[in-house]
Design a protein. Sequence first.
Length: 195
Amino acid sequence: MRRVTDRVSNPFGMRAPADPAVYGYGDANADFHVIGADADAHGGAETGVPFTDSPAGERIQSVLHAVGFAAEPYSDAPRLRNCYLSYLHLSPGDPADLERYFDAELRAINAHILLPVGDDALAYVLSEFTTEAGPSAAEAARRHASEVRGRGFLVVPVGDPDGWGAGDESALIGRLRALLKSDYRQTKGVATRVG
């Protein structure tokens, strides 16, 4: 398969009006797309890389390393394979109309598995890319490391790492390892947005 791009930071050259912005980062050909809320929630304001500079970022990167997506347990510039990191909002406090940048990036990556981290990212992914919606559906802690069939995606909700309890990290590692051993690519349809 031909690579979309070898750039790992903002591989599609997006330029949002928000400043400073934390653009997507990682393998643009990835099958797994980790989606957070913003830099305030999950870190990266200083580095410009999602899921860095924070305890949440350290926990997420630890999981990515355990399943072979990240070359090291933690880095401000992680070397990722088959994994892409991005935020629903490029900058904290972005108005909702800037979600179009995330939507464009999500379609460009066209991953098979979406991993929304926390309630905000999960609520958005469920409402836009599955048939599930509503506040009770978007309880990331309750649905942590489960599977939800989406419209063209398999969604694996991830509870906010700041609230992980005993067993949450190992549950997510176990789910990802099981997916990697399966033929998860059969879950893929055409990534389209309905509505």
